[in-house]
Every structure is written in structure tokens, then in C-alpha cells.
Design a protein around this ligand. Structure first.
Ligand SMILES: C[S@@+](CC[C@H](N)C(=O)[O-])C[C@H]1O[C@@H](n2cnc3c(N)ncnc32)[C@H](O)[C@@H]1O
Length: 383
């Protein structure tokens, strides 16, 4: 296995064993009861919209489907309501364990562990491959390989529907005179374990005379300080909506506590990605104390919230060294430019029937949902 794929697997194994439902949708509560039902209902809506997408082109899912990057089975289970056989494939055994426990369809749905860069299916044996919010977490060299594999396993005339970000547009900088905010903590835990995810509720008011526009990568974010020094610069992110002068909003920021026990300060600021942290522009940050209890976590996964997180942002090493050095593992975001994706299918005799702009990667990315018809036998790569 390549180091790249090993890293992807390690990250997702960790997420699957600690917080699988959050890792799938990065929404706050999927713990049980109604929330769990809503989680699977969202899968049904996704599959319905995919079926509608196909239907607009006079196409359908067919009998045999593969869900690449199936997670806990949200889409595989919904697909099984429409076709005879579904295989959910995932790199993380921890996710699949949960998926199998969720499966109400018996043998018609198989969950397959796959940590290779190939797909475990024979040539031309599948009618349809679906992949949502998965390829965006895989480095392009690998995701392109998986796209080739999808073409290989789907029979000529079969279809792929996948979502893949293309590129990050640069934001228009908000004029410095409008970068004035009042940040206040509404609630925050006083203590937490090491390497734990926690939520901080904060309010943000636009105290400037100008509108903060939506879609320009303005986020609330946090640092961690110890003894006054920043020990981790980049952690959680949550999108700040458009705010008029004087208007305020309440946000829920997911943070990951440091891996070494001790007394910390959680510092809240606003950041316009690729432009500036507002503290650098003279804005007042807010700090709240937080005690990290217990014993050090050897290798806590540092998870950058998907919404608006800068791909390049990585946690800084902690001077308060735990038993082992901190891991920099993140749920990474990647894109493959749409020209390259279209060119690839074109060269391999497949047809991109449509690529519609898509919001699944958040407002940060230009992203598409592709519908591809797989071409004739002689044009495909064979295994
Ligand atoms: C955000 S979750 C999405 C799950 C599912 N597609 C859904 O929409 O509910 C991404 C999933 O992709 C899986 N994944 C990441 N890299 C993968 C790879 N190389 N091969 C297969 N699965 C992968 C992760 O383990 C995780 O379960």
C-alpha cells in the first residue's frame, strides 16, 4: 500500500472508531433516536436526487450498484431500496462494522473492506457506481486511479455518479475597515479529556459599517494557548453567514482539545481564508480557560472541520510533548480540476452526460456532481 493510501486509511479508521456519524456528515448530533433516523433519511434523499439526475437523461441505476466510500452505509442502504444488489466499499474497517450493524437488507447489501488502490470487482460486472463526499478526501493521484477502476468495473452503457471538487476560488478580501467583530462565548466546557472533540457556542456581531458577504470564506476559528503562547494555531472552523452592520449570529464551533493534559486557553477569532486572521487587523479575540484532564493521548487525530477549513492548514507541533509526537492527521480536502476529469473520461471513450455545480464540499470549493456513461469495451482499460 502506498504511504498516501496508508495515511488515508489511518485517518478514517480513527474517525470510524471514534465519531463515525460526525465523520460522514460533519453535523453535530447523530447519536441516536430521531437524529439517527434523519441521518438515514438524508441518504434516501441523496439517492432520490441521484435517481432524478439519471432520469433527466433517460437513465436508471440498474440492478447491481457499488457505493464507493460507503461509510456507515447511509447511501448503500438507500440504494438497496432501488436495486437488487449493492456493494458498499470502504477503506476503514471501523466504518464497515457500523455499516453492517445498520443494514436491514441482509445479503442484498455487502460491505467490503478495501485498502487497495484497485476495486475488488471483475471487469464489466456493475451497472452503477455512486460516490458522494468521498473522493474529496482522497489525494488526486489516488482518486484518479479509482475513477479508472470505476470505468473498468462498470459495463458499457452503465453509469457513474460521483461528486468531486474541482478547485478553490480565491475569496474577494473584505475591506479592512469592515473587519470589525465582537466575539463572545455563549458556552464552553471548563474541562475535557485530551484529544477530545468538544463544542463551543459563540456569538459574532458585525460591528463595522459594511456588510460581510456570504461565500467569501469568512470563518470563526480557534487557537490553543498555554502559558500565553500559541501551542496550536489551526483547529476548528465554522462558516460565518452574511451579516449586516450591527447584526449578530450564534455559531457552534467544533474544537479538538490538545493531547497533553494541562491548563489551556481556547482563543476565538475570525479568519478570512487566504486573506487574514482578524486579530492581525486589530480585532479583539476572546479567550476562555479549559483544563485538559487525564493522561496524554499518544496520537490524537487532529481533525480540521470540513466547512471552510484551509487545505494547507495543519496543526503546529505542541511544545508540551506527549508520550509520542502529535499526529498531524486531518480529514483532508482535495480537488481534481474539472477540465482534467472531463478530459480523462473523454479520452477513455466515456461520456460526461452532465456535471452540475454541487455544494457538498461546502462553500469553499467549486465542486461538481458528475453523471458519466461508460463507453464501449475496446476503449476501456482492462484488469
Ligand atoms: C465522509 S464519508 C462519506 C460516506 C458516504 N459516502 C456517505 O455519503 O454517507 C467518506 C468515507 O469514505 C471512506 N474512504 C476514504 N478514503 C477511501 C478509499 N481510498 N477507499 C474507500 N473508502 C474511502 C471513508 O472511510 C469514509 O467512510
Amino acid at each position: 500500500m502506498s504511504a498516501e493510501l496508508g495515511e488515508v486509511r489511518e485517518t478514517w479508521e480513527h474517525l470510524g472508531s471514534t465519531d463515525p456519524y460526525w465523520a460522514v456528515l460533519t453535523e453535530r448530533e447523530h447519536a441516536g433516536g430521531d437524529a439517527r433516523a434523519l441521518f438515514f433519511e438524508s441518504g434516501r434523499h441523496e439517492v432520490q436526487s441521484v435517481a432524478d439526475f439519471l432520469a433527466r437523461h433517460g437513465k436508471s441505476i440498474g440492478d447491481v450498484a457499488v457505493d464507493f466510500g460507503c461509510g456507515v452505509g447511509r447511501l448503500s442502504i438507500a440504494l438497496a431500496e432501488r436495486c437488487k444488489e449493492v456493494s458498499g466499499v470502504d477503506v476503514a474497517a471501523s466504518m464497515l462494522e457500523e455499516a453492517r450493524a445498520n443494514n436491514p437488507h441482509g445479503d442484498r447489501v455487502r460491505f467490503i473492506h478495501n485498502d487497495a488502490s484497485t476495486l475488488p470487482f471483475e471487469d464489466d460486472t456493475v451497472d452503477f457506481v455512486l460516490s458522494l463526499i468521498t473522493l474529496q478526501h482522497i489525494p488526486p493521484r489516488l482518486s484518479l486511479r479509482y475513477l479508472l477502476e470505476m470505468i473498468r468495473i462498470v459495463r458499457p452503457g452503465g453509469h457513474l455518479v460521483f461528486q468531486l471538487p474541482s478547485h478553490l476560488p480565491m475569496p474577494t478580501p473584505i475591506a479592512e475597515e469592515f473587519c470589525h467583530a465582537e466575539i463572545a462565548v455563549v458556552s464552553s466546557p471548563a474541562t475535557a479529556g485530551p484529544g477530545e472533540s468538544q463544542y463551543v457556542e459563540l456569538s459574532v456581531r458585525n460591528t463595522s459599517d459594511g456588510v460581510w458577504p456570504y461565500g467569501q470564506l469568512l470563518n470563526a476559528a480557534n487557537h490553543w494557548r498555554r502559558d500565553g503562547e500559541v501551542v496550536r494555531h489551526d483547529d476548528g472552523r465554522v462558516t460565518v453567514p452574511a451579516l449586516q452592520p450591527g447584526e449578530s449570529t450564534t455559531l457552534s464551533l467544533r474544537v479538538m482539545t490538545p493531547s497533553a493534559p494541562g491548563e489551556y486557553e481556547l482563543e476565538l477569532d475570525l479568519v478570512q481564508e487566504h486573506v487574514a486572521w482578524w486579530e492581525q487587523l486589530g480585532n479583539q479575540t476572546v479567550r476562555v480557560p479549559l483544563t485538559v484532564t487525564g493522561t496524554a493521548v499518544a496520537a490524537a487525530a487532529e481533525v480540521v472541520a470540513e466547512a471552510g477549513a484551509d487545505e494547507e492548514a495543519t496543526a503546529e507541533a505542541e511544545p508540551v510533548a506527549p508520550a509520542k509526537p502529535e499526529s498531524n492527521k486531518t480529514m483532508q480536502m482535495h480537488g481534481v480540476h474539472t477540465d482534467l476529469v472531463r478530459g480523462l473520461f473523454d479520452q477513455l471513450g466515456c461520456t460526461v452526460l452532465e456535471a452540475v455545480p454541487d455544494q457538498r464540499a461546502g462553500e469553499t470549493w467549486v465542486s461538481y456532481l458528475y453523471l458519466v456513461e461508460v463507453g464501449e469495451y475496446e476503449m476501456k482499460l482492462r484488469s
